[in-house]
Design a binder for this molecule. Sequence first.
Ligand code: DAH
Length: 344
Amino acid sequence: MGQLEDILASAPERVGSALTIDDLDKLEVELVGRRSYITEQRRALGSLDPAERPRVGAQLNEAATSLAGLIETRRAALEREAEDRLLADDRVDMTLARRTLRQGTAHLVTQTIDEISDIFTAIGYRIADGPEAETAWHNFDALNTPWWHPSRLESDTMYLDYGDPGDEILLRTQTSTVQARTMEAQPPPVHIIAPGRCYRTDTFDATHSPVFHQFEGLAVAEDISFGDLKGTLAHFAREYFGPARRIKLIPHFFPFTEPSAEMHVSCFSCDGSGCRVCSRTGWLELLGCGMVDPNVFEAVGYDPDVVSGFAFGGGIERVAMVRHGITDIRHLFDNDIRVNEQFV
Ligand code: DAH
């Protein structure tokens, strides 16, 4: 039985150093398999002296059980290791900072266009537009601005094509063109708001840009009064600048309205007492307006004896700059993300 003791003595070390399931399988065959020493001895029990058989048999059983136990324990350990390795390989590092996609926003000019459009569509206006490359007819003649008017000079307006008088093609200098186009295209009543891009030969400075945006309003029906104009603009001022705003209308001149006025809004920063935002006047000059001139109605084929209306027009950049305290219009065209990010 010396061999059995050797086997039992060396088994823990040998089983412990099996590094793979494969190694362990081979060792199992060798130690307790069909041709192992222990199995052979068990088979040979029959040839032993019957008196010896129970003791030797018991010894062999005990040895087999203990070896099987060793192997089983080792197998479980190896399997656990393999699983741990798999899990470790699969591990996702949840602490890794994710790559963020920076969320963009609409440009302030776009936001302002949307906001003004919303204010007017909410009271029944529809959004209208017209081309940026326009005829001199729609930009000037139809708007009671005859050929001799200084705003038609090349120093003021960018011409694309010279044709017969009135047929010149130019980059529109104002969204008032949409007044003429809309009235030509439909009978009264008309209630439109027309935001859009305009062009003038101005050089870039803090308050001028050769490309800028305006919004134009037009309301035409029977019996529209100056009071309607004032109420509508006061509504706009309160929606855009806050409910406490007052407005005043200062006489002015525009070719296509009579009478014409400039609308001023009480300063939202000092409420009219005078501060830096309003240059101590308490008021902010905002837009031009007036009652549609009968000559305009005639030019587009409306009867000035039947309909009346008001119009107004202002700069998109202008109102946005006033409201947000932007002192240089170039900030709105420079494409500097640090400016744009402030208006989310
Ligand atoms: N189109 C004018 C401008 O560019 C602004 C304006 C003034 C529009 C009076 C109007 C208006 O509709 O009635 O300066």
